[in-house]
Design a protein around this ligand. Structure first.
Ligand code: T4K
Length: 401
């Protein structure tokens, strides 16, 4: 058997192993939607012939064009992943000093500050949707502050009007980590309309994905141009090295997947919405379990289904629920059980003091994300609802005994 044949056989075996890892009836927290393989193969054939794989190929340019209308912006740049999108956002805005941000996020948000030599100043989150609490931002502003970095967590927009007012008053830039907010609108405007820069993640676990990938949107042409140079090693369109850059270019295969998947986004959101509505029907009256409602001015994308378990009613309730659901073959994820203010490098900062972040600390113990994706059936949602009620019911009885 030739080397190639044995590699293919090995790959087939490994992929089957991965599939076998999850029992057939496990309900996973997320599943990527994929385009029809025949459509991928049809475009791949052209890609193979062209041999143009990266560095601003035809698919990337077309995808960026489509993203402009999808995201309702005037400048967009497709990049390797959401983490690099955030890092480049800070560089393009030429931030210095301190940035006020949320501790209740994925570490990529805060890592972007580290790689730009910026100090995070942690601000507590508000208790309804766990986005940065604008009521606490002003007290954290110092002469060193240059920006506010908010996260539209789980697809729920930050309090954008209040943040905008503070930023204007204190001449601060605004970056939004919009990794969870593809397709979201607020006050009838696309989410990227708000702030100076929005950074999106197109990771496989996201509502819209390109396997790995991300995008940056800008209002300001100079900042956008800086981003384009930055993602291409610091080389400008004339081929000159203008400043130290990085390689954050996405490739043609990623663009291909993105172009095809854009056709599926409306159905993706609609299916997730149906599951979300059923979750609400089934779980809204469970004592000590809080569901998050969509605000009136928001058109949501239903990217996640987070719930909050009241620890005062269920001791260690979130983790016990997650464990018991796992035993019932239901995968849930505690996004995020670890605050970024707990990161060893930052935990000594005055703003990382848990006493100053009570809502975020509580959220890290109480929030759990339930399965939500387009291939989730309504009968699976029903099964999850029943299991959750059964588990919390028995926890409640034990607590009362
Ligand atoms: N900002 C925020 C607010 C973010 O949430 C993230 C990423 C970023 C920035 C950075 O964006 P990127 O640089 O990643 O583009 C996931 C993702 O890896 C991460 O992208 C995401 N946030 C974070 C919240 O979650 P895990 O560790 O939960 O994923 P994983 O591999 O355990 O997957 C969960 C389940 O999904 C699997 O059990 C099965 C299913 N799955 C997953 C993958 C990757 C599939 O069916 N197929 C797949 O290919 O981290």
């Amino acid at each position: 058997m030739g080397d190639l044949d044995s590699i293919i056989l090995h790959l087939q075996e490994s992929l089957e192993m991965v599939n076998f890892k999850e029992p057939n009836d496990t309900i996973l927290v997320t599943r990527p939607t994929l385009p029809e393989l025949a459509d991928v193969l049809a475009v791949l054939e052209h890609l193979w012939k062209s041999k143009r794989l990266t560095n601003s190929g035809a698919l990337e340019r077309l995808f960026e064009e489509r993203l402009l209308s999808e995201l309702g912006v005037i400048h967009v740049s497709f990049v390797t992943n959401g983490s690099l999108a955030l890092q480049i956002a800070c560089t393009a805005l030429e931030l210095e000093g301190q940035v006020i941000t949320t501790p209740f996020t994925f570490p990529a948000t805060i890592n972007a500050l580290y790689w730009n030599g910026l100090e995070p100043i942690f601000c507590d989150v508000e208790p309804e949707r766990f986005t940065i609490d604008p009521g606490q931002i002003e007290a954290l502003i110092t002469p060193e502050t240059t920006a506010i970095l908010g996260v539209h967590l789980f697809g729920n927009p930050c309090e954008i009007v209040a943040i905008q007012d503070i930023a204007r008053k204190h001449k601060l830039a605004i970056i939004y980590d919009s990794s969870h907010a593809f397709g979201v609108c607020a006050y009838e405007k696309p989410i990227a309309y708000f702030g100076d820069v929005s950074a999106f993640s197109f990771h496989a676990t996201k509502l819209f994905h390109t396997f790995e990938g991300g995008a940056l949107t800008f209002k300001n042409a100079r900042q956008y141009e800086k981003c384009v140079i930055m993602k291409n090693h610091g080389i400008d369109s004339a081929g000159k090295f203008v400043f130290p850059g990085t390689n954050a270019k996405a490739n043609e295969f990623q663009a291909l997947i993105g172009l095809l998947l854009l056709q599926y986004t409306a159905d993706e959101v609609a299916n997730r919405r149906k599951c979300t509505e059923l979750y609400h029907e089934l779980l809204s009256d469970v004592e000590g379990l809080r569901l998050i409602n969509v605000e009136q001015h928001v058109k949501h994308n239903y990217s996640y289904f987070p719930i909050e378990i009241n620890q005062a009613i269920y001791k260690n309730g979130r983790d016990r629920l997650a464990k018991e659901l796992k035993a019932a073959n239901i995968q849930v994820k505690p996004y995020f059980s670890y605050l970024c203010s707990h990161i060893p490098l930052y935990k000594g900062l005055p703003s990382a003091n848990p006493d100053r972040l009570p809502v975020a600390e509580k959220a890290a113990q109480q929030v759990l994300c339930f399965p939500l994706h387009s291939s989730l059936s309504l009968s699976s949602v029903e099964r999850i609802g029943l299991e959750v009620k059964r588990i919390l019911g028995s926890q409640r009885r034990i607590n009362l005994e």
